[in-house]
Design a binder for this molecule. Structure first.
Ligand SMILES: O=C[C@H](O)COP(=O)(O)O
Length: 258
């Protein structure tokens, strides 16, 4: 049996302003108990503008909820209007940073090369990347979902040393299942997550691959999370829409009760 601690992370995307963020994290903190944090790592991934408020709340109330950002610049500083750097995120004591989300790949033309540079920037500044990978519908229909996803894993981790790779989180998110209500069947998700772990073993070693957490993302809700989490190679969920409802997210964290 795996010793990997499940990671349930709520990616708020472009939702909740900093005041709403405070109220939302307070609700989560009120509902979650020590036994929840013992079983599962819980994180929120708010918009950049919320991070300082979330940090103040988490620090001030000594909350066990972790937090992180939804993107990072590949650069440390300079004339990059609109970008947020690793040093800025680490000053805010972020634990995680989402990298290569399909919405960044699709709307901001992020390539595997850029994703790889961002993964390295995250490690340079003590942040743990949540590296997102996954295929579009046409790729799955053509039966190329595994090769497509593994190429993204390999591209995202290129030249990353094993000491760093063993702490990365990989989120397998089939693009056609994001925000659509179409959840990928648990066994289909497991097929790809197992292939990701085998690829990690090939790139590094079985020992490193066994340490890496692989999340599933795409229309995860309290009603389907238990089946997803029952899969051998799935170690958590990257939750979008359902993470905006505090009660629902708490139920997802308590997937064992569902
Ligand atoms: O980052 C989260 C994923 O894009 C999943 O979003 P969703 O749960 O709204 O489908």
């Amino acid at each position: 049996m795996s010793t990997r601690t499940p990671l349930m992370a709520g990616n708020w995307k472009m939702n909740l302003n900093h005041l709403e963020a405070i109220a939302h994290v307070q609700k989560l903190a009120f509902a979650l108990a020590d036994k929840d944090y013992e079983a599962v790592e819980v994180a929120v991934l708010p918009p950049f503008t919320d991070l300082r408020s979330v940090q103040t709340l988490v620090d001030g109330d000594k909350l066990k909820i972790k937090y992180g950002a939804q993107d990072i610049s590949q650069h440390d500083s300079g004339a990059y209007t609109g970008e947020i750097s690793g040093p800025m995120l680490s000053k805010l004591k972020c634990t995680y940073v989402v990298i290569g989300h399909s919405e960044r790949r699709q709307y901001h033309a992020e390539t595997d090369e850029l994703v790889n540079a961002k993964v390295k920037a995250a490690y340079k500044h003590g942040l743990t990347p949540i590296l997102c990978v996954g295929e579009e519908l046409d790729v799955r229909e053509a039966g190329n979902h595994v090769t497509h996803t593994l190429a993204q894993v390999e591209g995202g981790l290129k030249d990353l040393p094993a000491e760093q790779a063993e702490t990365v989180v990989i989120a397998y998110e089939p693009v056609w299942a994001i925000g659509t209500g179409k959840v990928c069947g648990a066994e289909d998700a497991q097929e790809v997550c197992a292939a990701i772990r085998a690829k990690l073993a090939e790139l590094y070693s079985q020992d490193v691959a066994d340490k890496i957490r692989i999340q599933y993302g795409g229309s995860v809700k309290s009603g389907n999370v238990a089946e997803i989490m029952a899969q051998a190679d799935i170690d958590g969920a990257l939750v979008g829409g359902a993470s905006l409802d505090a009660d629902e997210f708490v139920k997802i964290v308590r997937f064992r009760d569902q």
